[in-house]
Design a protein around this ligand. Structure first.
Ligand code: DGL
Length: 257
């Protein structure tokens, strides 16, 4: 048994990081669609088309449970994927929203890709759990590019991040959901900017809690696939997550455009 994990690029590695912590022996098959990153400005139809092929590929490689480690596809493609495949697929968005409601005293901020924010999925999931919560949702279209380049703390990045966080400050949010799996790599930088008063939520943590119910003894081989340039991906991965644990990282594109 192996856990399939996918994202547009390196962001899903923040979910791998949590799986490694919680279930160290678990075998993971990862796919990062680095050829097509970012997903955050793609249409729902395109996201469904891409993620459907990725999920089919991961199942064919032996994944018995899949984590959709991308908030954007969790928001826009997950209901379709769950209808299409019988393999269980866990998304990151609902666990993130639920965890934030538990942690917050009523004012939640969400930062995410444009497609995730435009879907209003975080806001509606939060309101389903607690209709009195005040939600401030901010699209941060430029952040993924920095993280894919391995830039987690340059002055230029901080300036952009600060401008995105302005509304979160103005609305006195007490809790901030990092609603894109790339962003937890920026947690230290975000913490420096927002200070101790705002609690950061990494949806990977409650998502991996759910995984526990699906795990069985694992025999499969571990492997990380990326659709884009292998060398570039490796460079960024060594900067942002050197203890990723994958012995085999290969360039392979299962998607037919
Ligand atoms: N990491 C993904 C997410 O959580 C996708 C980011 C992107 O490719 O724009 O939304």
């Amino acid at each position: 048994m192996a856990v399939g994990v996918f994202d547009s690029g390196i962001g899903g590695m923040t979910v791998v990081r949590e799986i490694r912590k919680r279930f160290p022996g678990e075998k993971i098959i990862y796919f990062g669609d680095t050829k097509r990153v970012p997903y955050g400005n793609k249409s729902k139809e395109e996201l469904i088309r891409l993620s459907e092929q990725v999920v089919a590929f991961l199942i064919a490689q032996g994944a018995k449970v899949i984590i959709d480690a991308c908030n954007t596809t969790s928001a826009l493609a997950l209901p379709h994927l769950r209808e299409k495949f019988t393999t269980p697929i866990i998304g990151v968005l609902e666990p993130g929203a639920e965890h934030a409601v538990q942690e917050s005293t009523g004012k939640i901020g969400v930062i995410a890709t444009k497609a995730t924010i435009d879907s209003h999925c975080y806001t509606s999931k939060i309101m389903e759990k607690d209709k009195d919560t005040d939600v401030t949702a901010v699209a941060c279209p430029k952040l993924v590019g920095f993280i894919e380049d391995g830039d987690l703390d340059s002055d230029y990045l901080k300036r952009i991040l600060k401008s995105y966080l302005n509304e979160i400050f103005l609305n006195n949010c007490d809790t901030l959901i990092m609603g894109c799996t790339h962003y937890p790599f920026l947690a230290d930088t975000i913490n420096q900017l927002v200070g101790e008063e705002i609690k950061l939520i990494d949806p990977a943590i409650p998502t991996v809690d759910i995984l526990e119910g699906y795990l069985e003894e694992s025999q499969s081989e571990e492997i990380c696939y990326v659709s884009g340039d292998l060398h570039e991906f490796n460079n960024t991965l060594m900067k942002v997550f050197p203890n990723h644990g994958f012995e085999k990282i290969v360039e392979f594109d299962p998607i037919v455009d």
